[in-house]
Design a protein around this ligand. Structure first.
Ligand SMILES: Cc1cc2nc3c(=O)[nH]c(=O)nc-3n(C[C@H](O)[C@H](O)[C@H](O)COP(=O)(O)OP(=O)(O)OC[C@H]3O[C@@H](n4cnc5c(N)ncnc54)[C@H](O)[C@@H]3O)c2cc1C
Length: 446
């Protein structure tokens, strides 16, 4: 029997290999100004969730689709964030992929096996682990090439335009999507907006931009980075920042609010990726769901990091400050930074990076607040269709669907579950709408 042993070398997959690609056009570019066109479906956000829903709609025969994304590159923000952290492997296993459920498609594991000759011995061993039903580690390189394959084989690139959506206004069976470059009218809109970084509380430095020497995990730090780095946060992002700084020869001070760090395979309990886990979630009421989200959507670190971080701590290259929240962050003398903890400790460094997690984008700021129906930070959704209860022309895929699908909604596997529900419902809505229109025409012509 193969048993799971965390091995740090699994984290070192090569990045930037060349993969054979299905011939395809590139992304469409900036949305032409004053666009004014119509589409059956507009998808806002072309990350893994937007790609998943576009691919599923393609299988349902819905081809008049426009994707609008700030970066204009399918998957762009996801891979930019991953590369900024120097992350080489996903934390989700092979069976979690943005491919389409219930249709004949090449899945992530099939795709990796097709490119066996390009993989390292370690990567091939992980494929065997996946084939025998064990937890496996997926190289970012393989995942990116697979996303490119999905984008090419479902004709997604040419439908992806660069534009920032400012407003989505549903009504009367359609929705108007307003961007900085003009508006589009769609019969259905899907919001696949992902998550924004969680900002530090105002009390840390008195609101506004962080003090000099302090940055967030998703922005570049200062050139050089200094000799001593402080990392605040207890999740996988913090683990990547720490190992990057240790590799660069820095002394790292790690601030964790909890009494100790938590190591586990996935960032939520793996039960929530399976139907019985989702059932455990959707059979209970709102308050219990909130409780489950609080308990299971918590920061954790992949097992493979444990030996690395424990060794660095034993050797004094990593100093871990456990068990006290941050109270204040300020610029120190000589370009340094001081982080003060609630128990009075002071942690100093040349640079501090904040990895405080993310907040789901639920449509607030795009849709009128009354239509979002936000409660405890979550939108009010129809659980069968993933549409907003008060705006059936607009649905949601991704982290914002957390109170429907549970803690796994923000992950690649959760996108696939949400997509299965939403794409079928959208295709049905479009068909029903077309049938009604044909019926009205027939009546008018009679
Ligand atoms: C570093 C990192 C590693 C992760 N690793 C994993 C992993 O291994 N496995 C896993 O399952 N999950 C992982 N996650 C969770 C991950 O966020 C999701 O699985 C995935 O990225 C979410 O995809 P998405 O399409 O919902 O969001 P995103 O990838 O963020 O895509 C959303 C897109 O919408 C665009 N957008 C937002 N608002 C607008 C607007 N108003 N107008 C136009 N465009 C807009 C954004 O610019 C972005 O391009 C990771 C997250 C991070 C940050």
């Amino acid at each position: 029997m193969i048993t799971f042993v965390p091995e740090p070398h699994l984290l070192d997959s090569p990045r930037g290999r060349h993969w054979p690609r299905v011939p395809a056009t590139g992304p469409a570019g900036a949305l032409p100004a004053g666009h004014g066109r119509t589409a059956d479906v507009v998808i806002v956000g072309a990350g893994p969730a937007g790609i998943a829903v576009a691919a599923a709609l393609w299988h349902h025969g819905v081809h008049d689709v426009v994707l609008l994304d700030r970066d204009g590159r399918p998957g762009g923000r996801f891979f930019d964030r991953i590369d900024l952290l120097g992350q080489r492997v996903l934390r989700s296993p092979y069976e979690h992929h943005p491919g389409v459920e219930g249709f004949r498609d090449c899945e992530l594991l099939d795709f990796a096996r097709l490119h066996w000759g390009r993989l390292t011995r370690t990567e091939r061993r992980e494929i065997r682990m996946a084939q025998s039903g064990h937890r496996s580690v997926v190289p970012v390189d393989v995942f990116e090439a697979y996303c490119d394959h999905l984008v090419a084989s479902h004709h997604i690139a040419a439908k992806t335009w660069r534009a920032t959506v400012r407003e989505v206004l549903p009504g009367g069976g359609t929705a108007t999507v307003t961007t900085e470059r003009g508006s589009l009218t769609a019969r259905h809109v899907v919001l696949a907006l992902g998550e924004e970084r969680r900002a530090a509380p105002d009390s840390w430095w008195g609101a506004g931009a962080p003090p000099p020497g302090v940055s967030y995990w998703d922005e570049s730090g200062p050139v050089g980075g200094g000799r001593r780095q402080v990392v605040v946060g207890a999740g996988l992002t913090a683990a990547h920042l720490i190992t990057g700084a240790l590799d660069a020869g820095r002394e790292v001070h790690w601030v964790i609010r909890e009494p100790g760090e938590r190591y586990q395979c996935a960032d939520v309990n793996s039960a929530f990726f399976r139907p019985e886990g989702r059932k455990r979630f959707d059979r209970v009421g709102w308050e219990q769901r909130l409780g489950l989200m609080g308990r299971f959507r918590r920061a954790s670190i992949m097992f493979e990091f444990q030996p690395l971080l424990e060794r660095a701590e034993a050797e004094g290259r990593l100093v871990v400050h456990r068990g006290a929240p941050v109270r204040r962050v300020s610029a120190g003398v000589g370009g340094t930074v001081a982080v003060r903890l609630a128990d009075g400790r002071r942690v100093g460094g040349d640079h501090a990076v904040l990895a405080l997690g993310t907040t789901p984008s639920i449509g607030t700021g795009l849709l009128p607040p009354a239509l979002v129906g936000a409660r405890d930070g979550w939108p009010e959704l129809d659980e069968r269709t993933m549409a907003y209860t008060r705006a059936p022309e607009v649905s949601v895929i991704g982290a914002a669907a957390g109170m429907v699908l549970g803690p796994a909604a923000r992950n690649i596997d959760g996108h696939r579950v949400a997509t299965t529900r939403a794409a079928a419902a959208i295709a049905r809505r479009l068909r029903d709408g077309a049938a009604v229109a044909a019926g009205l025409e027939a009546v008018a012509g009679a």
